[in-house]
Design a protein around this ligand. Structure first.
Ligand code: ZN
Length: 214
């Protein structure tokens, strides 16, 4: 909702190089989680995420605590070609928060797609991620939650839990596929992933059939 006078309050998103993004976050204690400060932080993280991304970790707003908020709304997916959504196994994810999450790989088969990060603004890269994971943590009331996720939601979970360990996708990506978000939108995300990898990897196109490759 927007009243035309001022937008919702958003937190500043730290960019790569801010130290808080490069060191592990600490676990949230139970009484701390119930505090007004942490509950307010969670609300502000959701407000900051809205309309800009699908996940946000507390270190990205300058707070070294193990808190992530995730939401992949249907209107984001309306902008993605249906074929790509299917390949990505991407479905809407309702807003939820995870406190002190622990991730476990269920199916390590690597899925390779372009991803980006609000803290590496303006860039994308192909990042291999496990296809299926299980996450255990607490909700905002301190109740235990456990979820299993495949495809794009599994990717979001891996990306966000990495933030809590002080890791950015930059150390997981295929380095030659690091591109500007503009070129990704214009060219790279529209191609089959193997073709994008080949062209960005500097490898020659396969020889046309029936002709000598020399
Ligand atoms: Zn990120």
């Amino acid at each position: 909702m927007h009243d035309g006078v001022e937008g919702p309050l958003r937190l500043r998103i730290e960019q790569v190089g801010a130290e808080v993004l490069h060191r592990p976050a600490r676990a949230v204690a139970t009484d701390e989680l119930a505090s007004a400060d942490v509950q307010r932080l969670i609300d502000l993280m959701f407000a900051t995420l809205a309309g800009t991304g699908v996940g946000l970790a507390a270190p990205q707003v300058g707070v070294g605590l193990q808190i992530v908020v995730i939401e992949d709304p249907p209107d984001f997916q309306a902008a993605v070609p249906p074929d790509l959504l299917r390949l990505q196994e991407r479905e809407p994810v309702a807003p939820h928060v995870l406190i002190n999450p622990i991730l476990e790989t269920v199916d390590p088969t690597p899925a390779e797609f372009f991803e980006g990060c609000l803290s590496v603004d303006g860039y994308r890269a192909i990042v291999p991620r496990a296809r299926r994971v299980r996450v255990r943590g607490l909700d905002r009331d301190g109740q235990p939650v456990e979820r299993e996720a495949s495809g794009w939601y599994a990717r979001i979970l891996q990306h966000e839990v990495d933030h809590l360990a002080g890791r950015l996708y930059l150390e997981r990506m295929l380095p030659r596929t690091f591109v500007s978000a503009a070129s990704a939108a214009q060219t790279w995300t529209g191609l089959p992933i193997d073709e994008a990898k080949r062209r960005l990897g500097g490898r020659a196109a396969p020889a046309p059939r029936g002709r000598s490759s020399r």
